[in-house]
Write a protein that binds this ligand. Structure first.
Ligand SMILES: [Zn+2]
Length: 196
């Protein structure tokens, strides 16, 4: 009985303290809602692939994974993947996304190969065979983003080892053909039909 009373006394003491700790007066800034502006997630099914979302919008990592797997299946069906170079890079891919477009004024090319010569807003960039950026379209559909376009740069870069073919169908680099442009159309159509 003595023990029971002792335990009750301890619980009562704990409750007293835990319910009575005063909350310090908060400043206006502290009371403001907290939002996450950078989200970092693994992309499922890939060893070390990462999704980094800048801003409040994010493509769900599972959807991103599904779209990349679909792209890879379609790519190897058409072009193969010698020594699994593409698959290796996809396993270490970083997909950065944001709900704001970027501006470039030089060093980039339209799909037909003509250079961008004045300040232009772009919706996607490929920095390396393992790092891409895409703008999240307000529709939130992956098929409305440049994901497939950037993955083609990744695939070409993986295969030839030195370039993702920056000028697309232009003559500066030779890897991107009109077939690849068509590939994007078909892949995005399939994704759209699957509500992605
Ligand atoms: Zn491109």
């Amino acid at each position: 009985m003595k023990n029971v009373l002792f335990i009750i006394a301890i619980i009562a003491a704990l409750l007293t303290f835990s319910c009575c700790v005063p909350v310090q007066e908060q400043t206006k800034e502290e009371r403001a809602p907290v939002r996450n502006f950078i989200s970092v997630h693994d992309i499922p099914s890939y060893l070390n692939a990462t999704s980094i979302a800048l801003g409040e919008e994010e493509i769900p990592p599972n959807d991103l994974s599904r779209a990349i797997r679909f792209f890879y299946a379609m790519w190897i069906d058409k072009y193969g993947d010698e020594d699994e170079k593409l698959l290796t890079n996809l396993n270490f891919l970083t997909v950065i996304s944001s709900d704001e477009m970027m501006e470039v004024s030089s060093g980039a090319f339209w799909v037909d190969g003509s250079p961008i010569v004045e300040k232009t807003r772009v919706v996607g960039l490929t920095w390396s065979p393992t790092r891409i950026w895409i703008w999240i379209d307000p529709s939130h559909k992956i098929s409305d983003t440049s994901l497939i376009h950037e993955l083609i740069h990744v695939a070409l870069w993986s295969a030839n080892g030195t370039t993702g073919d920056i000028d697309h169908e232009g003559d500066k680099e030779v890897y991107w053909t009109d077939e690849h442009t068509m590939f994007i159309e078909i892949a995005n159509l399939v994704l759209k039909n699957n509500d992605q």
